[in-house]
Design a protein around this ligand. Structure first.
Ligand code: NAD
Length: 347
């Protein structure tokens, strides 16, 4: 039922935008504007069904509300997905039409990059709406959020390794990376520089070859990365990688990665906990990118200050683990409650 979603998943509004001239079919989901305008990226992806696209948009926008709240940003949560047109399409025209759809929401939703979209797409949209971020700006802070996301995941792994594994350094710590894309690659570089040993997999063999050659990584098949013999697992591809089938075989003791919506269901977080695996919630550790585009959007961005703000994600990891001990619950459930307690109107 479209209107029968559980209260937590209920959205303020969802726009289905179409533009036959360009082939645009997009879903713009505004989960919450309690803390401010809904801010979240735009995904360009091929979905098997329209319902799968809607489901993705709703899950991702809800996650953005929690992510922005936990990062103490003055923004609510939203997300957009564009259903990738079949065959060749006029990309600038498609994003112009999407920009007009964003504009029609009059600032209730602000967009930026996500999987499948680029800084060039965002720049192209500027002619149609001011409610867009993640654009390289001459003489000012801005652009690709991926390195900032990777930095936030890196400091989270470093904190988790210290607090959960009891190791003071990443030197010699084995980390499995699922996905070496925009975020995964930067994360691999940070980890390598810190002395971690990398085990990697990506459906794109050229990225794997590069990691082997440049970072001394060990390559494993895509189907084996989740149960690699490692200390830490960093899912950096797509969502729902932690599910009924995969959880029983995971050997890492700590999970922290960039991918959104890693847990297929809340029960999968419970199952990880029962297996003695600490899962650091995705929306806590991967907030670096939204912190970057949010500061850019507000004209407050400056490289050193943004990196320092992203670095403070590690303090929230520490606080979360303390809260988990007190609550005798799982990190995923405690983080959800913590974030929801911040979903209040800021005025
Ligand atoms: P990306 O598309 O650049 O990278 C994803 C990588 O995963 C690609 O290299 C792809 O080939 C690989 N991949 C896909 N399926 C795979 C599989 N089954 N096994 C192994 N590899 C696979 O995307 P990205 O920007 O790096 O984002 C990665 C994840 O992080 C996404 O879930 C995204 O929503 C999330 N995220 C990204 C940002 C950001 O700043 N880019 C911020 C927050 C969250």
């Amino acid at each position: 039922s479209l209107f029968g979603l559980p209260e937590q998943a209920a959205h303020e509004r969802v726009l289905l935008a179409t533009d036959p001239a360009t082939g645009l079919k997009a879903i713009l989901a505004v989960h919450s504007t309690a803390r401010g305008p809904a801010f979240g990226g735009c995904r360009l992806w091929h979905y098997d069904t329209e319902l799968a696209a809607l489901n993705d948009a709703l899950r991702l926008s809800q996650g953005m509300s929690l992510k922005n709240a936990l990062a103490d940003l003055p923004f609510g949560g939203g997300k957009a997905v564009i259903l990738k047109p079949q065959g060749d399409f006029d990309r600038p025209a498609l994003f112009a039409a999407f920009g007009r759809a964003v504009q029609s929401l009059n600032g209730a939703y602000i967009t930026a990059e996500d999987v499948g979209t680029t800084t060039a797409d965002m720049r192209g949209m500027q002619a149609h709406t001011p409610f867009v971020s993640g654009i390289p700006r001459e003489g000012a802070f801005g652009g690709d959020p991926s390195p900032k996301t990777a930095w936030g995941v890196f400091v989270s792994i470093r904190a988790g390794v210290r607090l959960v594994l009891g190791r003071d350094s990443l030197d010699g710590v084995r980390v499995a990376l699922q996905g070496l894309g925009a975020v995964g690659w930067h994360l691999a570089e940070f980890l390598h520089q810190a002395g971690a040993q990398l085990v990697v997999a990506d459906v794109d063999a050229t990225k794997v070859e590069r990691a082997v050659a440049q970072l001394g990584a060990q390559a494993v098949p895509v189907g084996e990365i989740l149960n690699a013999d490692v200390d830490v697992l960093a899912p950096c591809a797509l969502g729902a990688s932690l599910n009924e089938q995969t959880v029983p075989a995971i050997r890492a003791r700590l999970i922290a990665g960039a991918a959104n919506n890693q847990l297929a269901t809340p029960a999968d977080g419970d199952a990880l906990q029962r297996r003695g695996i600490c899962y650091l919630p995705d929306y806590l550790v991967n907030a670096g990118g939204i912190i970057s585009v949010a500061r850019e959007y507000r004209g407050e961005g400056e490289e050193t200050a943004v990196m320092a703000e992203v670095g403070r994600i590690a303090e929230r990891v520490e606080e979360l683990l303390q809260r988990v001990q007190v609550a005798d619950s799982t990190p995923a459930r405690v983080a959800d409650d913590w974030a929801r307690s911040k979903l209040v109107r800021m005025v």
